[in-house]
Design a protein around this ligand. Sequence first.
Ligand SMILES: *Cc1c(COP(=O)(O)O)cnc(C)c1O
Length: 381
Amino acid sequence: MKFATKVIHAGIEPDPLTGAVMTPIYQTSTYAQESPGVHKGYEYARTQNPTRGVLETNLAALENGKHGICFGSGLAAQDAIMKLLEPGDEIISTNDLYGGSYRQMMAVYAKYGIVCHFIDLADAKNLETLINEKTKLIWVETPTNPMLKIIDIEAVCAIAKKHDVNVLVDNTFSSPYLQNPLDLGADIVLHSATKYLGGHSDVVHGALIVKDDALHDRIRFIQNASGAVPGPQDCFLILRGIKTLHLRVQRACDTAKQIAKYLQGHPAVANVYYPGFESHPGHSIAAKQMRDFGGMISFDLKQNTEEAASNVLSNTHYFTLAESLGGVESLIGHPASMTHASIPKEDRLKVGLTDSLIRLSIGVEDPEDLLNDLEKALSSL
Ligand SMILES: *Cc1c(COP(=O)(O)O)cnc(C)c1O
């Protein structure tokens, strides 16, 4: 089955009871049993729910995995992975990891003895100096946020395999339409389905996808034992969003190409970070491991101040000033004061995250309207 067919059909059959073409929302907490222990495979909705089950099967197919496991948010999915670890175990991750993932590792799990290292994984060789017998997990995010660096998934997995260490890829920024880490050697894929999978900014949801049966059993145990499961209505919304994933993400990629080029030629703009540019240091790896270059762009201004950025941010009309990404509507954000405000300024500047850096999540509106919107906002400088 090709991707555009999978989003509509993988794991999705008309409801066996009624023939309903769309997956019903099974809004129930429990299921009748004929006699003790004799039931239709469903006992209690923390453990099994048919709406969630359909979504889990569909997600496994989209990532070319075997098992999908859904959670109430992307960070709840991360939490389940952290619970696989023991005190003293080490994680190696990237130094511009999603802020919420960093916060969970450092502010929640460090006190249970989990040790996390954050290094520049854009050069996979940096792993070699740090990996040791305590390393239990490599945590990759690519493209990174907000600098849109590219990490070579195959190269990271090759090093991890030599040391028998699992690799997790947070695939939120790419979505399964653009990148399938399990095919490149990764062991676990994580999604904040809140973003591209849901696609309409109306639900918070997370998922893990794996191939290995034993790893699946361990995660499934934690899903039930810790209980951070999504409700059936939220699973329905993600299933509904996924049906147009390929159309939305392709449109965002096409428009992002135009907008990145426009920004690069604008006299008020200093740097544009977009992996689709041949001059981007990760361009050839992105071209190898992604089907297109995504709908995210970051740029900073020649007038490199927070005030200048603030001027641009408050003068767009179609680009809404908000956190998050991956919805049908275009969003604009200021990482230094929003998503990355807790990072000390000198650490920010070291990775190029300047005071005037602006991040765009391109939606599916008319590209000309979006270009005109940015033109108007940039002319306010
Ligand atoms: C949003 C996000 C998360 C966290 O997901 P939630 O659904 O907000 O809990 C994790 N990783 C990345 C890359 C994200 O963008």
